[in-house]
Design a protein around this ligand. Structure first.
Ligand code: GDP
Length: 309
């Protein structure tokens, strides 16, 4: 069993790589749900859906949503004057309706995510980090805003001073997620946004302890290239945790939990500093342009982790 912790579009790349190089039913993904939201009264789980659609081979061109989806429901909602900035396709909407109805019936998010994944033919365990409701909030110079407001509506252009994961203290790791960490032969922290995707998972009560107790080597894949992230706002957000926007900063953020980190060859000059923290370093090409890149990086990451055992 291999277990990875990941967020949405960026993390789904290495998740797909792992999925393709591993035998069926041996990969577990513990997925961030702190950017879940409610839209049109529906429960939306963007990262869970992105990961599931990606593994099912149905993700849209930009990495989220469903490829070839239509937007008739969105257009109709627009005619009613409803908010349409969260651009959800018709098929994607069905997932949200199914999830919302199942939650109302009393099913757990874990059971619902498993049913959605297996219905779409995914042979990996897609596990929400918790069944409880956790909400990432971000502080701008005008006050606190929600994650989707920041990321989707404002296109992550607003500077952020501070982040918090509301509800995290009352949340608990699921037995399935804890088992996935306990049984893992290797644990991977995906190249997801540290502040928005990985740290919320690590902050769920029980997860950090399970990681510390796990026998498996734990390696991170860095989302950084030079003095910023490969894409998106991850570099800028490192300021909110008082870390530099570099692979060394990511290593600091995960220190005590990871045995190794995979960083870009271009950033080899950071390796000695990271090794001084007691964290081993693999320098390689970490940009995943196509599926072959994803498989190669996933394979190299697994080999590296196994060499640390
Ligand atoms: P989100 O929920 O859609 O923001 O996705 P994640 O949090 O899972 O991942 C976002 C992160 O993925 C960003 O910080 C990017 O720097 C990183 N990322 C995207 N593509 C790549 C890539 O090809 N290689 C690496 N190493 N990181 C990437």
């Amino acid at each position: 069993m291999i277990t990875a912790i990941c967020g949405g579009v960026g993390g789904a790349k290495i998740a797909l790589g792992l999925y393709r190089v591993l035998p069926d039913d041996t990969l577990s993904l513990i997925v961030n749900t702190a950017d879940d939201t409610e839209f049109w009264g529906l429960q939306v789980s963007p990262d869970l859906d992105t990961v599931t659609y990606t593994l099912a081979g149905m993700a849209g061109e930009k990495g989220w949503g469903i490829r070839g989806d239509t937007f008739a429901a969105l257009a109709m909602m627009g005619r009613y004057g409803a908010e349409t900035w969260f651009s959800v396709g018709d098929r994607d909407l069905a997932t949200d309706i199914y999830r919302t109805a199942s939650v109302r019936r009393g099913d757990t998010l874990t059971a619902i995510a498993a049913h959605i994944a297996s219905s779409l033919g995914v042979r990996a365990r897609v596990l929400p980090m918790t069944d409880a409701c956790v909400t990432t909030r971000l502080r701008t110079n005008e006050g606190w805003i929600d994650f989707q407001e920041y990321f989707v509506h404002r296109g992550h252009r607003t500077p952020i001073e501070e982040t918090r994961y509301e509800g995290i203290e009352e949340a608990a790791a699921t037995p399935q997620a804890l088992a996935a960490l306990h049984e893992a032969e290797v644990i991977v922290l995906a190249n997801s946004n540290p502040v928005l995707s990985i740290l919320p998972v690590l902050a769920v009560p029980g997860v950090r302890q399970a990681l510390e107790a796990a026998n498996a080597p734990c390696v991170a894949v860095s989302p950084m290239l030079g003095e910023g992230s490969v894409s998106g706002p991850a570099g800028d957000l490192m300021r909110t945790i008082s870390r530099p926007p570099t692979s060394a900063g990511v290593a600091q953020a995960y220190a005590g939990l990871i045995d190794g980190i995979v960083i870009a060859s271009e950033d080899e000059d950071q390796a000695a500093r990271i090794e001084d923290m007691g964290i081993r370093v693999l320098c390689t090409d970490t940009v995943m342009r196509d599926d072959a890149d994803k498989e190669r990086l996933a394979g190299d990451t697994l080999d590296f982790a196994r060499s640390l055992r």
